[in-house]
Design a protein around this ligand. Structure first.
Ligand code: FUL
Length: 454
């Protein structure tokens, strides 16, 4: 009997030890990443010669004089971004066509060679200043693939790219997020470039250690594996990147969507998607701007799955955000605000009993609802790998059960409307102790949700 008891005690303490060990070795977000998680939603701005030619991938042979916005107004972009609830703007400083939106000393294909402002203009200067004025984060997309630069495809180009990065960080900082496109096509001499990612990364780390670098493999933020704005239903903020590189040598796209449960590094997913069919503005697509309801769906499938939403809002050829886009964006903000305005638990939840794995909420009267949001406090890492939520009516009968896997920064779960008297959340599987940051209940507009979710 005593032997059995000792054996049991040993097993319990070994399991507890293993649990504590797992928790302490599991990756955690840096403070810059924690702050990034809180932003939830911000903009992409694709702008350049393509805005004037209607191309998606410029050849690099376009004349610089094509770039000539008649009324560039980056403050208008920021005003609408603010009104629309976006937290920052990431601009295409250089797309695959090689055209630089700043007068780079390392290229002959820039705003300086254009007619805009007689070659004296600088889009990055204007946008970085406007972002500061409006309290928005400023980010930069810079494509290493360059279809214009004569050095592309030779070792010298890696230094050109480094020099360009240096210009960006020394002249337009602070740069909050740097977006690295892994695309690697041919340059003007028909050759592809061997990118020196380590050199690029070291350059940025030296100049701006707080900047979050995005690519297929992070190191700080990862591509979600599609350009539809949709994260995996299971979405770990962890990823194994050893042996992978940005671009074609990246992890499989479905892995990018879900992350790795036991991933070695904290590299959360960012969902990029355009408000229009293309990434660059085209007059012909003015009627195809996504509706506020479609954008709300994307919000649920990105932010609502613990990722961030990077929504592309391309300025038009005058240099402003078109009316079609701004109307949809301001409406989106209204939908988010009105539907998530009142947390019905906050208003009516009387008693919350909480143990390590079970959280119970009793409501002081039956409430009609169709949405629950969960949040995990990520300071201790991401730990929930399976949960179930039971919904009970007044007679304490279970009326619905919702099962899910990961929670992360935020998890938005929708279900057919029911009248609820109490809620029981059970963490059925966890990697380490789940630190629940919030459980809220809403009744959102039924036309906005798909029948069953997840
Ligand atoms: C891709 C590019 O090829 C597209 O043009 C766009 O910039 C998108 C965000 O990234 O890799």
């Amino acid at each position: 009997m005593i032997k059995k008891l000792l054996f049991l005690l040993c097993t319990i303490s070994l399991t507890a030890n293993l649990f504590a060990q797992l928790q302490s070795t599991s990756p955690k977000p840096s403070s810059a990443q924690l702050a990034w998680h809180q932003l939830e939603y911000y903009w992409f701005a694709h702008f350049g010669p393509n805005t004037f030619t209607g191309e998606e991938w410029g050849s690099g042979n376009e004349s610089a004089s094509l770039f000539n916005p008649t009324n560039l107004d980056t403050r208008q972009w920021c005003r609408i971004a603010k009104q629309a609830g976006a937290k920052g703007i990431i601009i295409t400083a250089k797309h695959h066509d090689g055209f630089c939106l700043w007068p780079s000393r390392y290229s002959n294909h820039t705003v300086r060679e254009s007619k805009w402002k007689n070659g004296k203009g600088d889009v990055l200067k204007e946008l970085s200043e406007a972002c500061k004025e409006y309290g928005l984060k400023f980010g930069v997309y810079i494509s290493p693939w360059d279809r214009n630069h004569p050095d592309y495809g030779t070792a010298a180009y890696n230094q050109v790219f480094v020099n360009m990065l240096k210009e960006l960080f020394t002249q337009y900082g602070p740069i909050w997020e740097l977006w690295w496109d892994g695309a690697n096509g041919e340059g003007p001499n028909g050759k592809k470039q061997e990118y020196n990612w380590n050199l690029y990364r070291k350059t940025v780390e030296q100049l701006s250690p707080q900047t979050l670098i995005f690519s297929d493999v992070g190191p700080h933020v990862r591509w979600v594996g599609n350009e539809k704005g949709i994260a995996g239903i299971t979405n770990w903020n962890l990823l194994n990147t050893d042996g992978f590189e940005a671009g074609l040598k990246g992890p499989p796209t479905d892995t990018l969507g879900t992350g790795n449960k036991f991933g070695k590094y904290w590299i959360p997913a960012e969902c990029d998607v355009s408000i229009r069919p293309g990434w660059f503005w085209k007059g012909s697509e003015n009627k195809s701007v996504k509706s506020p309801q479609q954008l709300f769906q994307l919000y649920l499938k990105s932010v609502g799955r613990g990722a961030n939403l990077l929504l592309n809002v391309p300025p038009d050829a005058t240099g402003k955000i078109a009316i079609e886009d701004s109307v949809a964006l301001v409406e989106l903000k209204k939908l988010i605000d009105s539907n998530f305005k009142s947390d019905l638990v906050g208003k009516n939840g009387i008693r919350i009993s909480k143990t390590r794995q079970v959280t119970e909420v009793k409501l002081n009267k039956p409430i009609r609802a169709n949405c629950i949001t969960l949040m995990e406090n990520l300071l201790d890492g991401q730990n929930c790998s399976q949960f179930s939520i039971q919904l009970f009516n007044q007679s304490k009968q279970e009326i619905s059960i919702i099962k899910g896997t990961t929670i992360g920064a935020k998890r938005i779960l929708t279900f057919p409307t029911v009248e609820i008297s109490s809620i029981k959340l059970i963490i059925t599987e966890q990697k380490g102790t789940v630190n629940l940051g919030g459980l809220s209940l809403y009744h959102i507009d039924e036309n906005l949700i798909e029948p069953i979710h997840p």
